[in-house]
Design a protein around this ligand. Structure first.
Ligand SMILES: Cc1cc2nc3c(=O)[nH]c(=O)nc-3n(C[C@H](O)[C@H](O)[C@H](O)COP(=O)(O)OP(=O)(O)OC[C@H]3O[C@@H](n4cnc5c(N)ncnc54)[C@H](O)[C@@H]3O)c2cc1C
Length: 398
């Protein structure tokens, strides 16, 4: 039997995270949007709480899909990550990404690390470095190299737009073992930030998520131990991307959840502003009997709920050991698009005040845009869904 309600355990997480986001994020939201790159020290305690409470981070709460077979239905770490991400992002998207210990690299580590690697890296703040000056959507084109020299990997290359790259402790770096062997040779490595050759080049100034640092970093003959590779070092050209792509099955639903959270924030604020003018939508009226404004709010509510359910489904599948690449992309595509639409539409619906700095609506719209871009753009998610639906490979449908 299908049950679309959240289990009680997750309802408690939802309430607790919402409460924290409301009391800790919202009061400092504008402050850190204005003071770009200032470090939000208020969040240090929040990071500790999240780690200790096992509440799951933004990229899933440490649950890998691979060990979950034959254990009955699970509502595990990925589901928890979705629920927490929606509420935290409702509070503030940038601050949510600046919580110590909650980087996208943490999700990558959770997805593919061995128990021994989890022991070493599981509690470290991990950023994720895929993008390069000449490589974005086409991650098969990665130029950063990893070469085995005795008991060490030697990493060389340049990575850009690394969220949390300035403040993290380790970076999950995607690099190729052999450019001639294509994407099967691309592997991920955990690189501590403090080893020689890791150079922080700059922090980007951005449209949104201004409190979350986004770094450009070069890797110049960086030497790391042999066991810092995530997954196997074997190059299996039949499997293509294999291991590294598994990360996205966990992180894409989570980024979708982030978009849902920011969209929810915009919609809630719009309803509050209209309530002050005594415009309160009566949800028992159909769109045919409602005002144009009410009908628009109903449609946005429905879209947001559809996106939320897609994210939960993709995360539930990951928690239960089911292949979810198609569902992960569906969730991110829907949520990213809906989040962008709702946040901008709410700016419009609230006219001058929506565009002003008096309320956070304009900030929600700026923060929302990137959630339809990173971890694979809207167009790339649609391409992946199309490949699954049509049964075509990445070579056959580009
Ligand atoms: C604030 C911020 C934080 C980020 N954080 C991280 C991070 O932590 N780690 C990291 O590795 N990267 C990060 N990124 C980078 C992000 O993941 C990339 O920007 C994204 O993957 C797109 O790559 P690109 O910018 O090179 O655009 P391109 O790949 O050049 O794409 C440009 C446009 O072309 C479209 N396009 C490309 N290929 C196709 C196709 N085959 N079919 C149809 N349309 C296509 C894209 O959808 C897009 O609209 C971040 C970026 C920003 C702005």
């Amino acid at each position: 039997m299908i049950n679309l309600e959240l289990p009680k355990k997750l309802v408690n997480i939802q309430k607790m995270t919402h409460q924290m986001a409301s009391s800790m994020f919202r009061p400092i939201s504008r402050k850190y949007d204005t003071a770009e790159h200032a470090v939000p020290t208020e969040l240090d305690a929040f990071g500790k709480m999240m780690g200790q409470g096992g509440m799951g981070g933004l990229g899933g709460g440490g649950s890998s899909s691979k060990d979950k077979k034959d254990e009955g239905v699970k509502n595990g770490g990925n589901m928890m990550g979705i629920v927490a991400a929606i509420e935290m992002m409702w509070g503030d998207a940038g601050l949510s990404m600046a919580i110590p210990g909650q980087g996208l690299g943490n999700a990558a580590i959770s997805a593919v690390a061995t128990p021994e690697q989890m022991e070493i890296f599981g509690k470290k703040w991990a950023a994720m470095a895929i993008t390069e000056p000449g490589t974005g959507s086409d991650s098969a084109n990665i130029q950063t190299t990893a070469r085995l020299d005795g008991d060490e990997w030697v990493i060389n290359g340049e990575k850009i737009f690394i969220s949390d790259g300035g403040r993290c402790e380790v970076i999950v770096v995607w690099a190729t073992l052999d450019k001639a062997k294509g994407k099967a040779a691309i592997k991920s490595f955990v690189v501590p930030k403090d080893v020689p050759g890791v150079n922080l080049v700059r922090l980007e100034k951005k449209m949104g998520l201004r409190v979350s640092d986004t770094a450009a970093i070069t890797f110049d003959n960086v030497r790391i131990p042999k066991d810092h590779i995530l997954g196997s070092a074997e190059i299996d050209t039949k499997k293509g991307f294999g291991g590294v792509m598994q990360t996205f099955d966990n992180t894409r639903p989570a980024v979708g959840a982030m978009a849902v959270g920011v969209g929810r924030a915009a919609l809630d604020m719009t309803r509050e502003l209209y309530a002050k003018e005594e415009v309160v939508p009566a949800y028992d009226r159909t769109t045919f009997n409602a005002s144009a404004l009410e009908a628009e709010l109903y449609r946005m509510e429905a879209d947001l709920e559809a996106a939320r359910l897609l994210c939960l489904k993709a995360a539930w599948m990951a928690d239960n050991g089911q292949p979810n690449s198609k569902e992960a992309s569906m969730a991110k595509a829907k949520a990213g698009r809906v989040g962008n639409y709702i946040t901008l539409r709410c700016v419009e619906l609230c006219h001058a005040i929506g565009y002003s700095h008096d309320v956070l609506l304009e900030k929600f719209a700026r923060d929302s845009k990137i959630l339809d871009i990173f971890e694979g753009t809207q167009q790339i998610q649609q391409l992946i869904v199309a490949r699954h639906m049509l049964g075509l490979s990445s070579k056959e449908l580009k």
